[in-house]
Write a protein that binds this ligand. Structure first.
Ligand SMILES: [Mg+2]
Length: 169
């Protein structure tokens, strides 16, 4: 029974990411973007592997499910005010989306924090798409969650490849 529930959480989290327009490849591209300057020999397969490992974590799956659910409710105008307007407008002072993202970033230590801040500022690749305010979609939570998964996967990869922390700063 417990095993079944775990599998359901894992598969739903992956399914919802895809349904919201985010593939593992998209996130792997972000990891590559963050890490290739430190590891010129880095290949996209390694990035994908690390993204997979991050998404396999239960706390990450919980963040994905919670964030996407709130995005969908906001998109369909199903939330109570004032939260409905706050999420639909992606108000910058709201901040709970970033807090949920940080729970992912911290899974692999403090390098993730630097990576997250950097990628959130530059918004490359899929993050730019998710931030397109004219898409009719609400990705208030998802953009931070995707950035956080990429940041956590980068930290995992950097730790594995033995990068000095100083190199990241
Ligand atoms: Mg956000």
């Amino acid at each position: 029974m417990e095993e079944k529930k775990v599998t359901l959480i894992d598969s739903k989290a992956r399914e919802w990411l895809e349904e919201r327009g985010v593939s593992i490849d998209d996130i792997a591209d972000l990891v590559y973007f963050l890490q290739v300057k430190y590891h010129p020999e880095l290949d996209i397969e390694t990035c994908k592997e690390n993204v997979e490992r991050v998404i396999s974590k239960r706390e990450v799956q919980n963040a994905i499910l919670t964030g996407i659910q709130l995005d969908i409710l906001a998109e369909n105008n199903k939330l109570e005010e004032p939260l409905q307007s706050i999420l639909a407008r992606d108000e910058s002072l709201y901040g709970v989306d970033e807090i949920i993202a940080l729970s992912i970033v911290n899974v692999y230590g403090s390098i993730g924090f630097t990576n997250y801040g950097y990628i959130d500022k530059l918004k490359p690749g899929i993050l730019e798409k998710l931030n397109d305010k004219n898409s009719g979609k609400c990705h208030t939570f998802l953009d931070d969650i995707v950035g956080a998964i990429a940041a956590a996967a980068s930290s995992r990869l950097a730790h594995r490849l033995g990068t000095e922390r100083d190199e990241m700063l």
